[in-house]
Design a protein around this ligand. Structure first.
Ligand code: SF4
Length: 163
């Protein structure tokens, strides 16, 4: 059975685990405490929704359900992108809670975007991901990453690309 050492499993915020798959530079900047004064409307809206839902429960994005004698962990997200990152983030929740199975679902229509289990293969993939995050987080400067579509909606766009 493949496992992840505790220091590695609890080393990063689960949201950072997902973000690293989205963009290693964005992860590095957030990890080192950089937040921007000016944020785009999408991020402000998301932050407001998150704050509102936080009043309703401790972690509004994670739900637990009983199915066929086992606990199903639902990780509910508003957008379809960065599935690999969301899968890693959900697996962190599974392993920390001792659960075996989870689903990434869409907020609106509850479509299942991806299913995650605590299989050796998935745990090994997450471990490699976390080890890469360790390396990245210890860099003195943020890693260079290419411009892409994701940059157009990123709050760091001006920081990264406008001289
Ligand atoms: S603007 Fe692009 S490169 Fe810069 S942090 Fe955002 S996604 Fe990454």
């Amino acid at each position: 059975m493949t496992f992840i050492e505790g220091y590695l499993l609890y080393r990063f915020k689960p949201s950072h685990v997902s973000e690293f798959a989205y963009c290693s530079k964005a992860f590095w900047l957030h990890y080192h405490g950089l937040t921007l004064y000016r944020e785009n409307n999408d991020i402000q809206l998301g932050r407001a929704e998150h704050a509102q839902k936080n009043e309703e429960s401790r972690n509004p994005w994670v739900k637990y359900d009983k199915r066929e004698g086992d606990i199903l962990v639902e990780f509910v997200k508003g957008a379809e992108g960065n599935i690999e990152g969301k899968r890693h983030q959900l697996l962190v929740y599974l392993l920390r809670g001792g659960f075996h199975y989870g689903e990434v679902r869409l907020t609106n229509n509850k479509d299942v975007l991806s299913k995650v289990t605590d299989s050796d293969e998935e745990i090994l993939s997450l471990r490699n991901h976390l080890e890469a995050m360790m390396v990245c987080s210890s860099l003195e400067k943020p890693p260079e990453t290419p411009y892409g579509l994701k940059c157009q909606r990123c709050s760091f766009r001006d920081y990264c690309w406008v001289g």
